[in-house]
Design a protein around this ligand. Structure first.
Ligand SMILES: [Zn+2]
Length: 54
């Protein structure tokens, strides 16, 4: 019997992610993308306006 491999290794700190207020989609855990004054999830269409997360 084989042991299941771990899904994905955690990446080392991404230097680009430190500059933006990155957040993750509460619905599908995809990283939200900054678009002007919104954070958008490209996967499911969820978004936050800046007024919500600021
Ligand atoms: Zn999503």
């Amino acid at each position: 019997m084989k042991e299941p491999e771990p899904p994905a290794e955690p990446r080392p700190t991404d230097p680009e992610s430190e500059q933006e207020p990155m957040q993750y989609c509460p619905l599908c855990s995809t990283r939200l993308i900054s678009r002007k004054c919104k954070l958008i999830c490209e996967k499911c269409g969820y978004y936050l306006s800046c007024a919500d997360y600021y």
